[in-house]
Design a protein around this ligand. Sequence first.
Ligand code: PGA
Length: 264
Amino acid sequence: MKHPNRPLLIAANWKMHKTLEESVAFFNSFEKLLRPSSASIYLAVPFTAIKTMADRVGKSGVLIGAQNMHEAEEGAYTGEISGRMLTDAGARFVILGHSERRRYFHETDSLINKKVQRAFLDGLQPILCIGETQTDRDQGLTEAVLKCQLTEGLAAVDQESAKKLVIAYEPVWAIGAHSATPEVIRETHLVVRKILTGLFGEGAERIPILYGGSVNPENAHELIAQQNVDGFLVGTASLSAESFAKIVQMSDNQSFKTNTVTKC
Ligand code: PGA
């Protein structure tokens, strides 16, 4: 374990990929490749695969979750999915505020905040995604943008709920492109940790901060070694059972080494 209060967490974000058959085929292969690991493994699958996958993973320890949900408890919102429907289908967590939702579906921090609060009420663990664009970074606005996304996105979230929260720092410019450098990741995760401490005090210690943006089996080892990187949110490289299993393995090896050399 990298940090005594924060478990290593490796999450897959399949986005709009995989039919039911492909989802089950993934797990059939993944299960065979996986060695005993201290990492918590999350799979954010399409809505249509949640029930089948929750049944399929059974008691393996792998958790199934969703990639979005509506902010209302229920109602006349044609085509939408509620948190209750997700938990009912077997979802345990939900990704909220992903940059693709912000960009293509115009989700604002205040809407995302409503979803975060609803997720807690419906018994789902939210993974709140934050991250600056290239323009934000070029203009020196990274910290201000992250502070805004966290402060507004987590408004009215109390200490008790914060214990279950997960943050994913995903620089928009690094998604599906090239990973941020270890230096940028280390610096920015520290900024995120400080903002969280400002919001939740000591309770922030327990909140894992995942890195997302072009994580792959080649860079996982180096990236997980950075301070305050508690795991990954993986897109493209999570679509293949082989590469996702390798990322879990590379991350776990590193965390084991860190643990044996230093006391956190
Ligand atoms: P990527 O996607 O790993 O393909 O960059 C990450 C994400 O969007 O969550």
